[in-house]
Design a binder for this molecule. Structure first.
Ligand SMILES: Nc1ncnc2c1ncn2[C@@H]1O[C@H](COP(=O)(O)OP(=O)(O)OP(=O)(O)O)[C@@H](O)[C@H]1O
Ligand SMILES: [Mg+2]
Length: 233
């Protein structure tokens, strides 16, 4: 059995008479410690799949298994524990607590988990050593995204889920962040899933999952992933 298994997952959103199938019998697997990249057009179901994997949304049908745990059958209380302890999430649009500083945002996240990494060390790694005491409103968009990434990594989660983590960043900063995600995956043996629109990034991954019309297709294993420093886009 694989570390992550998505089996015939359907997600249907009902809005009055109309229903939208955001996921339509999606199947994919990811092994422990892998860096997986998810690509596909807008509306293909990428965020929906990631939210279900992170326990923030539930599947209408199908099975989701993470580390031998069937996420799709967890009760709300167990789901809260799963999100707290096992998952680090970087949202498409960063969600920082506005009245806490950068450092406090990261510290808050680490307080609720078992083996956190040191918040200051991680903030240094994302290049925010001199911005730790700033509030989100005093940071640029890219800096806020880096705080969000530091917050997710500092939890030292089993599974780090990133939805367009570099969407708001310039080329150089984006590259540093992807480097950090690749390094964290390798050094901490963390399983990392990154959604991106950028096809050029796929060589960095151990596994590439394409999404189209609510289904994963064309899943490729890459035996020799390229270190991010050698990828240009
Ligand atoms: N809460 C919701 N209610 C109704 N429909 C939704 C909801 N969330 C997503 N959808 C629909 O499900 C489909 C898949 O959305 P999703 O956000 O997963 O796409 P995506 O692949 O992440 O796209 P993007 O690249 O633009 O972020 C879309 O058609 C979207 O409109
Ligand atoms: Mg999305």
């Amino acid at each position: 059995m694989s570390y992550i298994e998505f089996k015939d997952v359907v997600k249907e959103y009902k809005m009055g008479e109309v229903s939208i199938k955001a996921l339509d019998k999606t199947n994919f697997e990811i092994e422990k410690g892998e860096l997986a990249v998810v690509v596909g057009p807008s509306g293909a179901g990428k965020t929906t799949a990631l939210n279900i994997l992170g326990g923030m949304d539930t599947a209408t049908k199908g099975k989701v298994i993470v580390d031998n745990k069937e996420i799709s059958s967890l009760k709300e209380k167990q789901l809260i524990q799963y999100r707290r302890e096992d998952i680090g999430f970087v949202f498409q649009f960063y969600n920082l607590v506005q009245n806490l500083t950068a450092l406090e945002n990261v510290e808050l996240a680490t307080q609720i988990c078992k083996k956190p990494l040191d918040p200051k060390t991680i903030l240094k790694k994302v290049g925010l050593e001199d911005r730790m005491k700033n509030f989100p409103s005093q940071l640029s968009g890219g800096e806020q995204q880096r705080v969000a990434i530091a917050r997710a990594i500092a939890k030292n989660p089993k599974l780090l889920l990133c939805d367009e983590p570099t969407g708001a960043l310039d080329y150089k900063t984006g590259k540093q962040i992807l480097q950090l995600l690749q390094d964290t995956c390798r050094k901490e043996k963390m399983t990392v899933v990154i959604i991106t629109h950028n096809q050029a990034l796929t060589p960095m991954a151990d596994r590439i999952i394409h999404f189209k019309n609510g289904t994963a297709y064309d899943i490729k294993i890459n035996e020799n992933p390229t270190p991010i420093e050698y990828i240009e886009w």
